[in-house]
Design a protein around this ligand. Structure first.
Ligand SMILES: CC(C)(COP(=O)(O)OP(=O)(O)OC[C@H]1O[C@@H](n2cnc3c(N)ncnc32)[C@H](O)[C@@H]1OP(=O)(O)O)[C@@H](O)C(=O)NCCC(=O)NCCS
Length: 151
């Protein structure tokens, strides 16, 4: 998909893994994540890359955003690792990214799509996400410091 000098693709051969890793390893949710873990997570997910391409077409341009859907493509998906490069924020790129994710053919008819966010509820709410109802029914195993432990 192309729009006004930008492109969004799920073709991971265009992705800049070092760039994605550099962002994630400094993020509030995946600090210190190893690049091998990022690569493996991309290999096993439906991923979306945002690229600034100007007047060219991919593979020209540079990656400026990313999102990852962990999904069986039949019943369930979990949205993770959403970001837009700081220099490219405030231009509506994450909203376009969310539009493309929500309408992707592999993500239709799912019974549930989940995500967790610290402060971007207002972004996801525009695409149908609502706070958990009956939060007491949910359980999780959460190890927020898992990438900070010694190997
Ligand atoms: C959150 C983020 C992806 C937004 O990207 P962006 O391209 O600058 O956002 P957009 O220009 O598309 O606009 C985002 C929309 O969501 C809203 N919003 C709600 N919470 C927000 C937040 N925490 N940050 C940015 N926008 C937010 C904005 O108001 C805007 O809506 P509006 O245009 O109707 O006012 C970007 O700020 C980012 O990468 N942040 C750091 C990583 C991060 O926190 N990722 C989300 C993890 S859940």
């Amino acid at each position: 998909m192309q729009k006004e000098g930008y492109a969004i693709t799920t073709d991971t051969t265009f992705f800049n893994i070092e760039y994605i890793h550099n962002f994630l390893t400094h993020s509030y949710w995946a600090e210190n994540i190893p690049i091998e873990t990022v690569q493996k997570s991309i290999n096993n997910s439906l991923c979306f890359g945002v690229f600034h391409i100007g007047r060219q077409t991919l593979p020209a341009g540079r990656q400026v955003g990313f999102a990852r859907m962990i999904t069986d493509k039949a019943t369930f998906a979990y949205l993770a690792d959403v970001f837009i490069d700081e220099a490219y924020r405030g231009k509506g790129l994450s909203k376009w990214l969310m539009e493309e994710i929500i309408k992707h053919p592999d993500l239709q008819g799912l019974r549930r799509i989940m995500l967790a966010t610290h402060d971007a509820h207002g972004l996801y709410a525009q695409y149908g996400f609502v706070p958990l109802t009956f939060a007491d029914r949910w359980m999780h195993i959460h190890q927020p410091d898992i990438y900070k432990k010694e190997p």
